[in-house]
Design a protein around this ligand. Structure first.
Ligand SMILES: Cc1cc2nc3c(=O)[nH]c(=O)nc-3n(C[C@H](O)[C@H](O)[C@H](O)COP(=O)(O)OP(=O)(O)OC[C@H]3O[C@@H](n4cnc5c(N)ncnc54)[C@H](O)[C@@H]3O)c2cc1C
Ligand code: FES
Ligand code: FES
Length: 470
């Protein structure tokens, strides 16, 4: 049986754990405010809030309920638009009306939930942050000017009224954005956690993490399969340092990676790079490990972590074996992962002295699309000499690809135009792109050359390389 709270009601259901939360909300619970449009996590019409207790605090994230299996909401609090508005409009809804941010209204519940998630959980309450919380919400008729106005007004009005240091639930109850019963949710969840059913008997079943790949690819089939929900296992979802090593837990989300202080101290441009990975809606749900195991040749986090000397810790019950990330990828969608094993953590050195990092991605849309070609570069320089360079790229081989020859060719060379052009030529010989929907072979070769140039132009603006590489 799956047990969770939907708004202020306890749900106990025998529906399949693989059923999507959206189907449950609309068809079983008969709450029709949450809309069903793309069913692929792309449009945000089905956005709801998922609340859980983490390190003693109640945390809410927005999730795409169309690609969220019921098994992942076991023991959690789910909030739909009905949960935050009663007879009258909630103040966030009122703002959308005032600034003309809604016409047919189909996307509106998703936007209301995303902005409520912003008020509940965003570390800073700027207009830019508010816009980031709605970047996964597509509107077909109003246009984005109205929605941007709403995001601005919500941020401007509430930033001075909410204490960003403290849990904001009580503040938001006072502001009438949340109903009074929100204050009781932590105690409801604590009681539920005592009767969680263990997952252990499912250890040979298909692991499900954020489900953002699985539920786009094979939603129907998953409804009847035995699934192993990693959200119910003892796998960490944070990032920590132990001596000379930095660890990323096997359930760490892409958004946690983006916000990690430890990682951003080592690679200060990482936060900006990670903005290019899907939308905030998906980044909160998607895990880093899921991106690696999915083994898409254009997986952004695979390309980033390949450049950082990452090693995986693969666990089968209490046994752990380690494997370098570049050895993990064996062929198109083939990985070195045995039946029953899960990624327990990803590890890398915690120090990269004098090192710079850059990530580039070309896709048809900026924030909501996977890449045609992407590339990461980690480089350390001493007295204008390249001490070490590592370049990785996606979309140009059957696997996320470490450009070993190109990286070796750069290492030990002077930092100048000849070295950069030589690296681009070497990369062209090292890769094997194919023509597909994301571009022809020739186009991908040109893209990679340009991305290698872009790494050096971005990392070394003082050299004005762009003048000679144009
Ligand atoms: C709208 C949308 C936009 C997207 N945009 C991007 C993008 O810009 N860039 C990008 O790279 N990707 C993108 N993705 C793809 C996806 O979000 C990522 O690949 C994500 O990181 C997958 O993680 P997950 O936790 O959702 O994996 P899941 O879907 O849960 O699992 C994926 C695979 O990994 C396995 N798995 C998951 N965790 C583990 C583990 N710990 N151990 C063993 N096996 C495991 C599962 O069995 C499954 O085979 C997008 C997806 C959507 C829906
Ligand atoms: S219906 Fe489009 S994201 Fe869920
Ligand atoms: S108001 Fe119609 S889709 Fe946004």
């Amino acid at each position: 049986m799956i047990r969770f709270f939907l708004n202020n009601k306890l749900i106990e259901t025998m529906q399949p754990a693989g059923l999507s939360l959206l189907d449950f909300i609309r068809n079983s619970a008969q709450l029709k405010g949450t809309k069903s449009v793309c069913m692929e996590g792309d449009c945000g019409a089905c956005t709801v809030l998922l609340g859980k207790i983490e390190a003693g605090n109640m945390i809410y994230q927005s999730v795409a309920s169309c690609i969220m299996p019921l098994g992942n909401v076991q023991g959690k609090h789910i909030v739909t638009v009905e949960g935050i508005s009663d007879k009258d409009l909630n103040p966030v809804q009122q703002i959308l009306v005032e600034v003309g941010a809604s016409q047919c209204g189909f996307c509106t519940p998703g936007i209301v939930m995303a902005l409520t998630g912003f008020l509940l959980n965003s570390k800073s309450l700027t207009e830019e942050d508010a816009r980031m919380w709605v970047e996964g919400n597509i509107c077909r008729c109003t246009g984005y000017a109205g929605i941007s106005r709403a995001a601005k007004k919500v941020a401007e009005f509430y930033a001075p009224r909410l204490n960003t240091k403290k849990n904001r639930i009580n503040n938001l109850i006072k502001e009438k954005i949340l109903p009074n019963w929100f204050a009781d949710v932590p105690s409801w969840l604590e009681r539920l956690s005592m009767d969680n059913e263990p997952n252990a008997h499912l250890s040979r079943s298909l692991p499900v993490a954020g489900a953002t790949d699985l539920y786009v690819q094979q939603q129907e089939a998953l409804q009847t399969m035995p699934l192993r929900f990693l959200s119910q296992e003892d796998i960490r979802s944070d990032i920590w340092i132990d001596g000379d090593l930095l660890y990323i837990g096997g359930r760490t989300s892409a958004e946690t990676l983006r916000n990690s202080k430890a990682l951003n101290q080592i690679f200060p441009t990482l936060k900006k790079s990670m903005r290019l990975v899907s939308s905030l809606l998906i980044r909160q749900q998607a895990t880093v490990a899921g991106n690696l195991v999915n083994a898409s040749p254009i997986g952004d986090m695979a390309i980033i972590l390949l450049s950082m000397d990452a090693v995986l810790g693969l666990a089968d019950k209490n046994k752990i074996r380690t494997i370098r990330l570049d050895d993990f990828f064996k062929g198109y969608k083939k990985i070195d992962l045995k039946d029953g094993e899960v990624v327990k953590w990803v590890r890398m050195p915690s120090k990269f002295p004098d090192t710079m990092f850059n990530f580039e991605k070309v896709s048809r849309r900026n924030h909501l699309d996977i890449a045609s070609v992407n590339s990461a570069c980690r480089i350390s320089i001493q007295e204008n000499m390249i001490k070490e360079a590592v370049i990785t790229a996606g979309g140009i081989a059957p696997v996320p690809f470490l450009l070993q020859k190109t990286s070796h060719r750069l290492t030990g060379k002077k930092l100048n135009i000849e070295s950069i052009k030589g690296a681009a030529q070497c990369a062209d010989q090292e890769i094997k792109p194919i023509s597909d929907v994301r571009g022809t072979e020739k186009y991908k070769r040109i893209l990679l050359r340009q991305l290698i140039y872009a790494h050096f132009i971005t990392l070394f603006p003082e050299h004005a390389f762009e003048l000679e590489l144009a």
